[in-house]
Design a protein around this ligand. Structure first.
Ligand code: SAM
Length: 287
């Protein structure tokens, strides 16, 4: 079965009377090059496992099953269960879980299904839940090696952005605190059935063993980051002193900036992750 072949996929979908749900972001991959790029970027091997989120008809799941030790695929749509039974029937290393990934205890699921094996997460999801899911994995420090996800091009650019540019912001810093991002491949609308309106990009986030910078109070640093980018047009000093997320006097902020050698008129977008860590550590001592 070559499920990525549009006529084969169409035949299976019709034979199960399945109809695509727009609200669940159901656009299934039909491009072999993109599929191969995802599987190879994901890092799965016969010694490691894949956690797939949103298997759809199982196009990507089949390729992951061939390349890895085992696959668990979490799919919210009950109507896809009989179809997945059929498309995955030749594999004995795949388990499908009919759940909403946002409600799943990810740590438990990984421990129960994969034990001590290395786990790589692979997801092609509706855009509106992709970022919350990525952050759920990272913030809960779930034991995974990487996340390879299909996202809207603009989101990939924001995740991989470096200081100074228009794409750089709180998402770049959150992703880069826990991972090293790398853009893998672009997927044009014709790579999907049905075709979405916008182009997508696959990005691989390699999870680092330790956060990429040392900071005493992670929560405070992210409150500072959120404040700095909540009002991008303001100087860092004004954005932080008027922020609802932190409560630090303007004078203290001003002396922190000067002690750390930053221009008092600097904007948040000029600061690197380690600059934010330094600022947070300095303010922690001040409070
Ligand atoms: N991976 C398949 C592919 O590449 O062909 C399907 C991708 S499709 C873009 C997204 C899939 O995610 C759909 O099958 C949809 O039902 C599923 N999905 C959407 N929201 C979900 C959620 N909260 N939890 C689990 N699966 C979800």
């Amino acid at each position: 079965m070559e499920l990525y072949n549009p006529s084969q996929l169409k035949k299976v979908i019709e034979s199960f009377g399945f109809s695509f749900s727009k609200s669940l972001g159901q656009n299934f991959l039909i491009d072999k090059n993109v599929l191969d790029s995802i599987v190879s970027a994901s890092g799965v091997s016969k010694d490691s496992c894949a956690l797939e989120i949103g298997p759809g008809a199982g196009v990507l799941t089949r390729e992951l099953a061939k390349a890895s030790k085992s696959v668990v695929a979490v799919e919210i749509d009950k109507s896809l269960m009989p179809l997945l039974d059929h498309t995955l029937s030749e594999f004995d290393n795949v388990k499908v879980v009919n759940e909403d990934v946002l409600k799943v205890d990810l740590e438990k699921l990984i421990e129960e299904n994969f034990g001590d094996n290395d786990v790589h997460v692979v997801a092609n999801l509706p855009y509106y839940i992709t970022t919350p899911i990525i952050m759920k994995f990272l913030e809960e420090s779930v034991k995974i090696k990487s996340l390879t996800v299909m996202v809207q091009k603009e989101v990939a650019d924001r995740m991989a952005a470096l200081p100074g540019g228009k794409d750089y912001g709180a998402l770049s810093l959150a992703v880069q605190f826990y991972t090293v991002p790398k853009i893998v491949v672009k997927a044009e609308p014709h790579c999907f059935m049905p075709q979405p309106k916008v182009a997508s990009v696959v990005i691989r986030l390699s999870v680092t063993d330790e956060p990429t910078v040392n900071v005493k109070n992670k929560k405070q640093m992210f409150a500072i980051i959120k404040s700095a980018f909540g009002q991008r047009r303001k100087t860092l000093l004004n954005a932080l002193s008027k922020s609802p997320y932190i409560n630090i006097e303007k004078e203290k902020l001003l002396s922190a900036l000067s002690e750390l050698g930053f221009d008092p008129n600097i904007r948040g977008e000029k600061l690197s992750l380690s600059d934010f860590a330094k600022l947070s550590d300095y303010l922690e001592e001040e409070i």
